[in-house]
Design a protein around this ligand. Structure first.
Ligand code: NDP
Length: 282
């Protein structure tokens, strides 16, 4: 039976450390990290996510701002706000909550963010820094996965890591981070022979968005299984991308859904804002 990786507990520990660091920064610099969020429209999930991010930021002691716009706002107005936040020294990190309404080009808005203030790590400059192995803000979800691996003292060196999903926010940066950590990496997507690839995985990261797509019987005995997927069942229950009950019979470690990767994403966003504030204060 696999050990559970308690992301909720690890995330709480990170938030507590950040709270201490913030208090120290206030004492030493008279300044605290500032995180600004831009939200457009009334997408209910976005509202919940932004609420969670603001709550975490405020509990840690960061300055936090939410700039909310009606769905009809123009792209120019959003970009003007991004430029204003770029110029504001109290704002160390910012993020644009996705999705944006269809008439706004999300890539253009994100490209307007100063790369140093890109708390989500999605800016093309930061994606490029990750690709060539240089430091920079990293996307929060894969960063959270790396932190969980560290927590269980799992060294990916020489291991065969299989990442299912190739999105720009999870799958691709995840694969690059594991490559940087010396794993041999396979990236799977909707055209892959999933059972064949997953069977070879010492470390599996599933980031698909299809409930229980990865069957427990495909999991290699003793593998480490990280389930990024969050899928709401018609019953209201949340399930991951991995068939948890059977996979946990074969894995050595596994993340639950909820309570695994999810809480780490917000904790890493806070870490990115702290890192940006430290860089800005140098
Ligand atoms: P996307 O929809 O952007 O990407 C999904 C990926 O899965 C694509 O690369 C797609 O392949 C691949 N895929 C789809 N169907 C299959 C299949 N049958 N077999 C193999 N691969 C398949 O999703 P995201 O990366 O944004 O998110 C993935 C999951 O992670 C979602 O459940 C999301 O809710 C969750 N998530 C959780 C977070 C957290 O904090 N816990 C944060 C972000 C996401 P192709 O490219 O070929 O279409």
């Amino acid at each position: 039976m696999a050990h559970l990786i308690d992301g909720k507990a690890v995330a709480a520990k990170i938030r507590a450390q950040l709270k201490e660091e913030t208090a120290r920064m206030k004492e030493e610099r008279g300044d605290v990290p500032g995180l600004a969020v831009i939200r457009v429209g009334e997408d209910p999930a976005s509202k919940v996510y932004v609420g969670g991010k603001r709550k975490a930021a405020e509990e840690i002691g960061f300055n936090s701002w939410e700039h909310h716009y009606d769905a009809g706002v123009s792209q120019a107005e959003i970009i003007a706000k991004v430029q204003e936040l770029n110029a504001n020294p109290a704002v160390h990190g910012m993020l644009i909550q996705l999705p944006l309404p269809k008439h706004i080009d999300a890539d253009a808005v994100m490209a307007a963010v100063k790369p140093e203030k890109d708390a989500d790590g999605f800016h093309v400059v930061n994606a490029g820094l990750l690709a060539i192995g240089r430091p920079g803000p990293r996307p929060c979800t894969p960063l959270g996965v790396m932190r969980l691996l560290k927590e269980i003292r799992y060294d990916p060196t020489g291991k065969h890591a299989v990442v299912v999903g190739r999105s720009n926010i999870v799958g691709k940066p995840m694969a690059l981070m594991l490559l940087q950590a010396n794993a041999t990496v396979t990236i799977c997507h909707s055209k892959s022979d999933l059972p064949r690839e997953v069977r070879e995985a010492d470390l599996l990261v599933a980031a698909v968005g299809v409930p229980e797509l990865v069957k427990g019987e495909w999991i290699k005995q003793g593998a480490v299984v990280i389930d990024v997927g969050v899928n709401r069942q018609p019953t209201g229950k949340l399930v991951g991308d991995v068939e948890f009950a059977t996979a946990s019979q074969r894995a050595s470690y596994i993340t639950p859904v909820p309570g695994g990767v999810g809480p780490m994403t917000i904790a890493m966003l806070m870490q990115n804002a702290m890192d940006a504030a430290k860089r800005a204060g140098r």
